[in-house]
Ligand binder design. Structure first.
Ligand SMILES: *Cc1c(COP(=O)(O)O)cnc(C)c1O
Length: 372
């Protein structure tokens, strides 16, 4: 329980039991193997493969490098259809690889890529669709799959928010050709920094593993112009420790979400999401996004943000601005081309959710939001 003057941040890194982590560090000392697919890396990779239904796994130093490797490794060319309602990483990975992002609007209910609008954006230059399961809300994977097959496109998911999500009994990140995960400290599951690629095609394993290690396939065999994106042993140790606690992490986040729901669902002008009620879906409660309709609610999203801040509560306008409004992409794209995403970006606020956030803290946050 936090005192009323204590600040509450939007997220807080999860720390596993310190002695467990120290035990792993002792192992690293004994092995004297610090990076380059060491024993803990191998153990962590195996553990992740188990969670992802025996998919192929390539661990990386962070999620962004995983996105980069999947675009480079699969030699994606030309145009990539994606969403503007995402973290900077998604679009930057595309443009930094010399590709052109083509921004498709999102569906109003899920805030993920609207399958009805994808086909009209496909040209002869399109080679892939890169949707984002934003906040852990599942994209319409089956319709996207049909469109991709029809036009012979790759489906590459930014699944950074999906750890622990399962659709129809399968991990959400196992849909599509390849999915990228982020294990950043601020994500619900983490390895300090870290990431992974999840895929079914066994032939990709050598390719992606080589790409993250300078393109090296064997002592005297270097056939790819790769980069250095290897996960080290300390990251793997943290990942293994946090993984043990995953069931508790998800359980606690569900309880926090429930409390927010009880307090805010029926408030006029506030819209909450219910990803946990999607049929055959197990949600991970990764984020707590709320939309504020200023007309109905009487206060704008920005008003709420400022008011919370004055009361020591740091929420985040996640995702505002839209990628298409970033200074680095100025004059290249128009936010008006994706009106639903544009509107969502103006109304969205992510409220604090992390392990250790008390239900009384949630009450304190909701009291501020609802105060006049
Ligand atoms: C966190 C995140 C990334 C990047 O992952 P890192 O591990 O921080 O490099 C990419 N896409 C989305 C949607 C993210 O939230």
């Amino acid at each position: 329980m936090k005192k009323s003057h204590e600040v509450i941040t939007v997220t807080r890194p999860y720390l596993p039991n310190l002695d467990t982590f120290k035990g792993m560090v002792d192992e690293i000392w004994a092995n004297r193997w610090l990076t380059n697919q060491g024993p803990l890396h191998q153990k962590f990779e195996k553990a992740i493969a188990d969670i992802f239904d025996e998919s192929q796994i390539t661990l990386t130093v962070n999620g962004h490098m995983a996105l980069d490797i999947m675009l480079k490794g699969l030699a994606i060319t030309g145009e990539v259809i994606t969403t503007p309602f995402t973290f900077a990483s998604t679009a930057h990975a595309i443009t930094m690889n010399g590709l052109t992002p083509v921004f498709c609007d999102v569906d109003e209910n899920s805030l993920t890529l609207d399958p009805n609008q994808i086909e009209s954006l496909i040209t002869e230059k399109t080679s892939a669709i890169l949707p984002v399961h934003v906040y852990g809300f599942p994209c319409d994977v089956s319709r996207i799959d049909v469109i991709a097959k029809k036009h012979k496109l790759k489906v590459l998911y930014d699944a950074a928010h999906t750890f622990g999500c399962r659709l129809n009994g399968k991990a959400l990140a196992t849909y599509g050709d390849v999915s990228m995960l982020s294990f950043h400290a601020t994500k619900l599951f983490h390895s300090i920094e870290g990431g992974a690629l999840v895929y079914g095609d066994t032939s990709y394993k050598c390719l992606f593993d080589a790409y993250k290690n300078f393109g090296i396939e064997g002592e005297e065999k270097i056939d790819y112009i790769g980069l250095n994106a290897k996960m080290n042993e300390f990251q793997a140790a943290m990942g293994l420790c946090v993984l043990t606690d995953l069931p508790d992490i998800l359980h606690e986040r569900a309880a926090i979400t429930k409390r927010y729901r009880e307090r805010l669902t029926d408030v006029s002008g506030i819209r909450m999401f219910r990803a946990d009620e999607i049929p055959n879906y197990e949600y991970n409660y990764a984020y707590l996004p709320v939309l504020f309709d200023s007309q109905k609610f009487g206060k704008s999203r920005d008003d709420v943000y400022v008011q919370l801040k004055k009361n020591g509560v740091f929420s985040r306008k996640y995702f505002y601005p839209l990628v298409t409004e970033f200074g680095c992409y100025a004059n290249q794209f128009s936010p008006k081309d994706t009106p639903i995403a544009h509107k969502a970006a103006s109304q969205i606020l992510c409220l604090p959710i992390y392990n250790g956030l008390g239900l009384n803290d949630v009450d304190r946050i909701c009291d501020v939001i609802c105060s006049r």
